[in-house]
Design a protein around this ligand. Sequence first.
Ligand SMILES: Nc1ncnc2c1ncn2[C@@H]1O[C@H](COP(=O)(O)OP(=O)(O)OP(=O)(O)O)[C@@H](O)[C@H]1O
Length: 326
Amino acid sequence: MTTGEPAVAVAGLVKRFGDVTAVQGIDFTVASGEIFGFLGPNGAGKSTTISMLCTLLRPTAGTAQVAGHDVLRERDDVRRNIGLVFQDPTLDGYLSGEQNLRFHAELYGVPRAAVADRMRQVLEMVGLWERRRDKVQTYSGGMKRRLEIARGLLHSPRVLFLDEPTVGLDPQTRASIWDYIRQLQAAEQITIFMTTHYMEEAEFCDRIAIMDSGRIVALDTPEALKASVGKDRVQLHTDDAEAAIAALKERFDLDAAVREGAVTFAVPGGEEFVPRLFAELGMPIRSVSVARPSLDDVFMSYTGTTIRDAEGSSRDWMRMAARGRA
Ligand SMILES: Nc1ncnc2c1ncn2[C@@H]1O[C@H](COP(=O)(O)OP(=O)(O)OP(=O)(O)O)[C@@H](O)[C@H]1O
């Protein structure tokens, strides 16, 4: 659900580091209440952009407003209105969940009278109220991540920045973190700005921006992005992959490659193409499969790389954020 003025509004945003232009004049808005995913290969400029939005880096040119406040002129207002959930754990293991949150409440100046109620609210939301008095070092990985999310929410931010909120967690815990994220969006009308390398998670986002070489190369809903690729992925098995690749080029002018052990190529109207393939390829085919484009295909078509190759991370900005806050 989205309402009112944008949670994030960026216009002509540029960041140069000496000769390197990390962000080359980008424009986008994120609606209030939206779950917005930010994807891109290493060095694309994601961390630099997010650092500017979180007021940790000054833009070279352009403007950005977060929660209605300008990142340069109203830095403190921006900071009060955002929550950050770091990739690297920054909880104190020797303290209880409750003590960790209390410390954060003081840091953010949450009014004393409001702290107890708010702590209960966020701890219940992430299912940790019963465990609040236990030391954090006795929590599982998923519980720690949930506590970090609760902490990021404690001061009632309008925009929550999450850096790969589920990386390194087992599938069941990942699913439960996503349940919390969705509940949170519904209960608090919060805007979520997240990075992820899991394409199946990018599917949960209302919209996705793909960044490459300092520019936003695609921005839309997952469905629209997949439709924009316009081609299906066809995979076939033959006794001679090299010969099949050469025949696909010669007879259909298609560029194929071996991926996941199968001869793979993209073609519009994949299902209609299959009968022609059998009729005209000129060699025996053992099996064929056709798939609609996935977000992996979207990522590949806009950036020329796979998300797995691009892995390895947008984590640094969170480390920087941790240092900036320290
Ligand atoms: N402090 C800095 N000084 C000089 N160059 C920088 C600095 N920070 C980033 N860059 C450069 O800016 C470009 C964008 O980097 P950025 O970290 O924003 O990319 P990213 O998309 O977040 O990548 P990753 O996924 O690897 O974190 C890169 O060429 C990087 O080397």
